[in-house]
Design a protein around this ligand. Structure first.
Ligand code: DQA
Length: 143
């Protein structure tokens, strides 16, 4: 089983970026956690981060036929991007939405999630562990 792990803008700044909200672990720490967990549960992972909306759209499009499922944290594009939602709807791969912070407890503008409509599950506010939970969910539902 191959999972694509997609991260949107500013997630490369984990550890530096608003540590009171996102914690002190870095993006490299996140990748290491995901790789270790993938090994543990026996899945292959490809982990990517981009600050560009179009790149997320292309990565989702290109996942068709190459990956069995997607874990996505679109970051700020969660709240704005119909293009990312449409790409997800087009490929129809099993997808889980992850947010590190407790999004519903933050500003009102973060309450809207476009991608949610294409996701089997949303995990929010579980910190970096949310990614691992998303991987477990996909593994369980797809095997
Ligand atoms: C985030 C929440 C978003 O509202 C924010 O724009 C992010 C990160 C999260 O992981 O908590 O960049 O997706």
């Amino acid at each position: 089983m191959k999972l694509l792990i997609l991260n949107g803008p500013n997630l490369n700044l984990l550890g530096v970026r608003e540590p009171d909200i996102y914690g002190r672990q870095t993006y490299a720490d996140l990748c290491a956690m995901i790789r270790a967990h993938a090994k543990e549960i026996g899945v292959e992972v490809d982990i990517r981060q981009t600050n560009y909306e179009g790149k997320l759209v292309e990565d989702i499009q290109n996942a068709l036929g190459r990956f069995d499922g997607i874990v996505i944290n679109p970051a700020a594009y969660t709240h704005t991007s119909v293009a990312i939602l449409d790409a997800a709807k087009a490929v129809r791969l099993p997808m889980v939405e992850v947010h590190i912070s407790d999004v519903p407890a933050r500003e009102d503008f973060r309450r809207v999630s476009y991608i949610r409509a294409a996701c089997a599950k949303t995990i929010t506010g579980h910190g970096l562990n949310g990614y691992l939970e998303a991987m477990d969910f996909l593994k369980k539902t797809m095997s």
